[in-house]
Design a protein around this ligand. Structure first.
Ligand code: ZN
Length: 310
């Protein structure tokens, strides 16, 4: 039995300075700041969410910002690159924009049928803009900074760097509903529901070092299931093949299970329901500090301990 996987739900990364993080993702990339919350396992730290207007699964990049945290080392055992889908022909706009904001980028490269612009955020997190000729009907977040013709549609996919892809590929294809769709050199592409937002590339580049966690690295990658029942079924499938899967944890905006895939990357499976509008209206998402119900009684002290965000 396979998981009814609909692709990527969210990707969570680690940053240092909270203000530079917000400025980069909202003003430079034009994403919407959809949720200001706290790390439920460390409520003295923010958990920030960026995405499309409604915070739809498949568009959400989240951060744990730890001030002054040392940079990590991108490499194997990590979700190594996070790719956004942008319209075909938009890369010249983005190259100019990234240069204007003094963002470090690499030359555009061809990957399968698409053009890819790799670049790095303020903490060195490896990002990519993939100008795809595939249809991507997801509406972008309205942005004063980035016109809709060029704007990010959501994730294209993620690249996992591995020393050996075999065991990871077997989990993806046998237990997570993924299939191999393309292969080129050290890179193999897998897709779930299909199309941008669902791709996972497995990269076995022998020149990559072992990854170390820290600022500018991905903490985990979450895959989508529609509801609680699908999540429980997915948990059963993964546990049956011997993976150590966490119990279901209520994250307020979704429910989550976690497990480390054999290549070392932390995977999560998250439900599409109930979503980010459960505790504030879509129109004002991200404006107020959102706390899960069990932390609400401690709002005053939590707010006092967090850095101020304007
Ligand atoms: Zn997560």
């Amino acid at each position: 039995m396979k998981t009814p996987n609909k692709g990527i739900h969210h990707i969570t990364a680690i940053s240092s300075d909270v203000h530079r993080n917000i400025q980069f993702y909202t003003q430079v990339l034009g994403l919407r700041f959809v949720k200001k919350s706290v790390n439920q396992d460390d409520p003295g730290t923010y958990h920030l969410y960026y995405g499309d207007y409604a915070g739809s699964p498949g568009t959400i990049l989240t951060f744990f910002p730890w001030a002054g945290l040392q940079r990590g080392r991108p490499g194997t055992g990590q979700s190594y690159a996070t790719a956004f889908s942008v319209p075909a022909g938009s890369l010249p706009f983005w190259q100019k924009r990234l240069a204007e904001f003094k963002v470090t980028s690499l030359p555009v490269e061809k990957r399968f049928a698409d053009e890819v612009l790799p670049f790095f955020d303020v903490d060195g997190l490896r990002l990519e803009l993939i100008a795809t000729s595939e249809s991507d009907s997801r509406p972008p977040a309205p942005s004063r900074e980035v016109a809709a013709d060029y704007a990010i549609r959501g994730f294209h996919g993620a690249t996992l760097a591995l020393t050996d892809a075999k065991a990871t590929a077997s989990v993806l294809t046998e237990s997570m509903g993924y299939s191999l769709v393309s292969q080129d050199g050290h890179r193999a592409r897998y897709a779930a529901a299909g199309g941008p937002g669902s791709y996972v590339d497995l990269l076995t580049d022998p020149s990559l070092p072992r990854g170390l966690n820290g600022a500018g690295t991905v903490h985990h990658i979450a895959f989508r299931v529609p509801d609680d029942a699908a999540q429980v079924a997915a948990r059963g499938v993964l546990a049956k093949r011997g993976l150590q899967v966490s119990p279901v944890i209520d994250r307020a905006y979704f429910k989550s299970i976690y497990y480390r895939e054999p290549g070392g990357v932390l995977f999560e499976i998250a439900t599409d329901q109930p979503g980010f509008a459960i505790d504030e209206p879509v129109e004002t998402l991200g404006q107020r500090l959102s706390l899960p119900p069990h932390l609400e009684p401690h709002r005053a002290e939590i707010e006092a301990a967090l850095p101020k965000i304007n």
